[in-house]
Design a protein around this ligand. Structure first.
Ligand code: HEC
Ligand code: HEC
Length: 234
């Protein structure tokens, strides 16, 4: 009757010791992989890492797990011009990273980068630029909203540029647009839906934060030569 006890004890001991080296929680394993693979050399999450590539603190809010998985499988297949290296991750390592990255919804910030005393002292447009880059508008609309980043199954194959939004929107309309988000219309009903959507920022950013982004986008508008001067020429 007691002959099962020893093997069971050995199995339990083995399970406990292996738990210390490989966690059963994919989010924990993903965090270790993120640090171990050197992702932190180019990316920031919360207060740690380096800002060479995009800030990933809100990645899990702006991008779906399906997109993150596809990106990590082969960044160049999604964007041939990207400088992000292909890590040739195996399925298990990729699944752990996707779990960790999808869980990043801004909670890693102890203090949001646009809420520091230094940022609070800046003009709204400059504070808005910090919001734009930190929450990751820049990862879809590119630096200064210049555009050129791909999306699947949309007209032109690209996410819209924001450099001329002053022509189509009032400041108030722009605020409402950013709060509400948008689902792109697919070009073909037989192809997969566009993987990147304009997120609903209303639940994440308050009106004063979005207004700062609006001021930033306004500051990017091309200055009109001749004719009617742009408002900020005064
Ligand atoms: C040499 C620098 C570098 C390293 C190392 C690196 N990345 Fe990147 N990564 C980038 C750059 C730059 C981009 C932005 C894409 C672009 O514009 O080319 C990016 C984009 C991303 C994105 C998409 C972000 C978004 O919101 O669109 C994810 C996710 C990502 N990297 C995850 C990782 C992970 C996970 C690792 C480690 C396995 C890693 N990166 C290592 C430079 C790097
Ligand atoms: C995950 C990718 C993604 C992120 C992140 C993102 N957007 Fe967008 N955005 C889109 C897409 C896609 C569209 C086009 C939606 C459509 O087709 O209606 C869009 C549309 C817009 C538009 C309307 C443009 C026009 O020409 O009418 C504005 C303004 C905008 N985004 C601002 C922002 C701001 C500000 C942020 C950050 C707070 C942001 N976006 C973050 C994907 C994104």
């Amino acid at each position: 009757m007691n002959r099962w006890i020893l093997p069971v004890v050995i199995l339990l001991a083995a399970a406990c010791s292996s738990k210390q080296s490989a966690s059963t929680d994919p989010v924990v394993r993903g965090e270790r992989a993120f640090n171990g693979l050197g992702c932190v050399k180019c990316h920031v999450i919360g207060d740690s890492g380096h800002n060479w590539g995009p800030d990933l603190t809100m990645l899990g809010f702006r991008k779906s797990a399906v997109w993150i998985d596809q990106w990590l499988k082969n960044p160049h297949e999604w964007n041939p011009k990207t400088v992000m290296p292909n890590f040739n991750l195996d399925d298990a390592a990729r699944a752990d990273l996707v779990a960790y990255l999808s869980a990043q919804k801004g909670q890693a910030w102890k203090e949001k980068p646009w809420k520091t005393a230094a940022a609070a002292a800046l003009p709204a447009a400059e504070r808005g630029k910090i919001v734009f880059n930190s929450v990751g508008c820049v990862t879809c609309h590119a630096k200064d909203g210049y555009g050129g980043y791909p999306n699947n199954n949309v007209a032109g194959g690209l996410i819209p540029s924001l450099s001329k939004v002053t022509e189509g929107y009032s400041k108030h309309e722009l605020l409402e647009k950013i709060k509400a988000g948008a689902v792109p219309i697919p070009v073909s009903s037989s192809q997969p839906k566009p993987l990147l959507e304009m997120p609903k920022w209303g639940g994440q950013l308050d009106d004063s934060e979005i207004n700062a982004v609006v001021e930033y986008l306004w500051s990017l508008a091309p200055k009109k030569k001749g004719g009617k001067p742009a408002a900020d020429d005064f």
